[in-house]
Design a binder for this molecule. Sequence first.
Ligand SMILES: *Cc1c(COP(=O)(O)O)cnc(C)c1O
Length: 457
Amino acid sequence: MELPFAESYRIKMIEPIRRSTRAEREQWIKEAKYNLFNLKSEYVFVDLLTDSGTGAMSDRQWSEMMLGDESYAGASSFFKFKDAIREIMGFEYVLPTHQGRAAENVLFSVLIKEGDLVPGNSHFDTTKGHIEYRKAKAVDCTIDEAFDTTLVHPFKGNVDLGKLEKVLKENGNKVSFIVLTITCNSSGGQPVSIENMKGVRKLADEYGKKIVMDSARFAENAYFIKMREEGYGSKSIREIVLEMFSYADAVTMSAKKDAIVNIGGFIAMRDKELYNSASVFEIMYEGYLTYGGLAGRDLSAIAQGLHEATEFDYLETRVKQVEYLGNKLLGFGIPIQQPIGGHAIFVDAKRFLPQVKKEECIAQTLAIHLYIEAGIRGVEIGSILADRDPVTRENRYPELELMRLAIPRRVYTNNHMDLIAVALKNIWDKRNTIRTGFRIVREAPIMRHFTVELEKV
Ligand SMILES: *Cc1c(COP(=O)(O)O)cnc(C)c1O
């Protein structure tokens, strides 16, 4: 018999989680104004809100925490951090930040001015927020295939080079840089191929533009390249990572993802002048250049985490767990984004609940039902997240209404995956009884999804 796949780690410490009743959950979600961000985590049994900062650190990372050097300037932890980034990603200059959006804030303060365009594959919400806050515009140049959830394409994170060239040709003078999000979170944790990176690099060079890689899940992207791209099957993850970043001028990183820490981020750059300019904002917003809003222990844990996240065995365990859940759901006939992405399952809420009107928050409606069914907390990637147009203030209705089930790294077992699958199947079986959704009663002027309040229609 072929041996089944098993995790490449074992558990040394556990955290109890609490079961609840359906009646309790109905009460709690109502009190939370039907916003899952407003729920106390103790009211959640399986928390799939995000894979950001929710991973389990290894014994070696905890050891590094104890070795943290808390000196204000020049701490040894900073040099471990800097060396890991140089060795794994190939960048000479680094600035630590307290998380990924802080890296965007610091770097974009240098690179973006009012009226600029920032083309790329589907921008992550904080990236878009930091662009629009500066009165610039994020231009989505993702390939059309990404928006058809039924279509199996190995690199749905890819940039449509035709769309990108059009932006550069028509408005090249306004383009501040090109952003490549690896993996592409907003289109479903979908990877970008090396071939596509090369194509983007070629256009960037032709028009004299920088490429910034939004690299939260760069290691998962490298895993997909190894598994799916011709000519990369025998390369190591480390070799692929170095090649990926060879096409970038700078990187913004949320270490809460593929550095498997609970807090942290950084900017990495090739260019000393860019580093010098960014350093001014770093000191203003984040802290001194060698700690940037983090403790020394955090920097040490990131350094160790970057090494672990770029090991093949870790990545295989990680991606296979997400696949395991996805295949269960497909087996039940539940519509999910295909192929299955790296960090999450994206349930196609429009196909799940076609009878719910687009004004009634389709994906949010599904997420609320899943919470009530089994205490599982997913998140809406749909019209609430898409927010209003910054100029017209009209609601934007994205092509995809998705409910994301993000899987924290090294946290849940496949029994939890089974529970999630059956909970969703129960809703699938009674989907025709869900006729209406929810309406917004209060929202913030920007990034409204975190604090939005809803009521039943
Ligand atoms: C999480 C994330 C960010 C922002 O990082 P934070 O650490 O949450 O501030 C930016 N881009 C992508 C692709 C992300 O996934």
